[in-house]
Design a protein around this ligand. Structure first.
Ligand SMILES: Cc1ncc(COP(=O)(O)O)c(C=O)c1O
Length: 447
């Protein structure tokens, strides 16, 4: 297909073409000046309404809210773009706990956990988390990203290997690249391919350390590996398994222990790493281990822990109260409500003829594929009243764009139905605009 017109409904070709991949490796000695090429492309998209990133909620992530885009335009809509799966970030008991912590401890940790950055409450939270995961120890990090990066960089050295699911999160990939050049990817959720990677490594290097890395629930595909199979595979080859549970811990499973609990693997995975920012209402992350030695080593050799300030007292209080709720009858009720909302959204999306990825979880990714189509759809969503994240490269591969709708327990039924209908209407309108603006190759050749 070729574009017949210079613009499609006012959107220039340049905004519909290209991707962030084009600007990843920049040439030339002018480190600052060479950012201009990216900015110019981004601004073409911004000015044409096809840059739906860097938006700010006016007053926080409610299930319906107002957001301002980075061109300054304010819109309102149903919000499926925030990560607050059990809606705990506005729970009255959580708010109260954070306020009390400020009164009692102040607002700042004022130090690294390797020095005196912990408080009595963060030490207690580490213990609570270890128990929740049925592990011996847990160690806190300032963000989930820092935990994912830090657990790998902290434990893996340049002569070791990382065998990682090809779709693992950026924090894991970046940690792996920082730790060793021996980073080997296996096909997404493919245990046999992981095995063949391990066979190759052990043939070459019988004595190297190997960390196998995967996620409990993949954040763009909403699917899950066979954790028992990966764990026993890792042990068969003298490797350790590390599982990132950012998106399932707290919000999935009867008791909130996510896919590790669902798969009866509590206490059996070598290393578990998680984030509090999806379900526990706060920035922050953790690593859980069966060994005090590993925890102590991480504290002093994992740079994103050692050389970064500890979680602040209000963050710790928020997470601790959120964990109380996750482990209570109310938590079970909220997980039930969340799952009911997820199932409603997925079935409405499909009933309207759209398709979504993976298994039921708080992440409902609706397929668009082609970036031009996705960007034209994204442009239409604010005026229709849907706040949803467009996902394109580098978060997913080129040509695999999608809208990621993130469901909360607090979404009302009418908000869920509105989201599906508004997305469908925006997609239809984008499709007809593109059909009008593109010329089929056969007609172009004939002409
Ligand atoms: C799978 C996964 N791991 C880690 C992180 C990082 O967590 P945080 O945003 O809390 O730093 C994220 C969040 O984007 C994630 O999706």
């Amino acid at each position: 297909m070729a574009m017949r017109n210079e613009t499609i409904d006012g959107v220039p070709q340049g905004a519909l073409r290209g991707s962030m991949r084009d600007f990843r490796v920049m040439q030339g000695k002018d480190l600052l000046g060479r950012c201009e090429a990216f900015y110019s492309w981004q601004d073409t998209r911004r000015q044409s309404g096809t840059w739906p990133f860097s938006r700010a909620t006016e007053k926080g992530p409610a299930s319906s809210c107002a957001v301002r885009d980075d061109a300054g335009v304010l819109t309102k809509g149903v919000n499926f773009a925030s990560q607050d799966y059990l809606s705990l970030s506005s729970h009255p008991a959580v708010l109260e706990a954070a306020k009390q912590a400020i009164d009692e401890f102040g607002v700042h940790s004022a130090g690294s956990p390797a020095l005196v950055g912990n408080t009595s409450t963060s030490v207690a939270l580490e213990r609570r988390l270890a128990e929740f995961m049925q592990m011996e120890e847990a160690i806190l990090y300032p963000t989930g990203w820092a935990a994912g990066f830090g657990v790998i960089k902290g434990l893996v050295r340049s002569h070791d290997y990382i065998v990682m699911d090809a779709l693992a999160h950026a924090c894991l990939q970046t940690g792996a690249q920082a730790a060793t050049r021996n980073v080997i990817l296996f096909r997404h959720n493919d245990v046999d391919h992981c095995r063949s990677r391990l066979v190759d490594i052990r043939r070459r290097d019988p004595d190297a350390g190997i960390m196998v890395v995967t996620e409990g629930l993949f954040s763009m595909d909403s699917d899950t590996p066979d954790l028992a199979a990966l764990q026993s595979l890792a042990h068969e080859f003298g490797a350790v398994l590390m599982v990132d549970v950012a998106h399932d811990l707290g919000c999935l499973g009867e008791d909130g222990t996510g896919h590790i609990g669902i798969q009866n693997m509590l206490g059996k995975v070598d290393l578990v790493m998680g984030s509090f920012s999806k379900t526990f209402g706060s920035n922050g992350g953790f690593v859980a281990t069966k060994s005090r030695a590993v925890k102590e080593y991480l504290r002093f050799y994992s740079p994103s822990c050692t050389f970064s300030n500890a979680l602040s007292p209000p963050q710790v209080a928020t997470i601790t109260k959120a964990l109380d709720i996750v482990q209570s009858e109310e938590g079970k009720f909220l997980r039930g409500q969340l799952m009911a909302n997820i199932l409603t959204l997925r079935s409405e999306v499909r009933r309207l003829g759209m398709d979504c990825y993976g298994d039921p979880s708080a992440i409902v990714c609706v397929k668009t594929g082609d970036e031009a189509f996705a960007r034209m759809t994204a442009r239409d969503l604010p005026r229709r009243g849907l706040i949803a994240n467009l996902v394109e490269f580098p978060a997913v591969g080129k040509g695999l764009a999608r809208f990621r709708l993130q469901v909360m327990a607090g979404h009302r039924n009418e908000e869920i139905l509105a989201a599906a209908h508004r997305l469908d209407a925006a997609m239809r309108s984008a499709r007809s605009q593109l059909d009008a603006g593109f010329e089929p190759v056969s007609r172009r050749l004939a002409g």
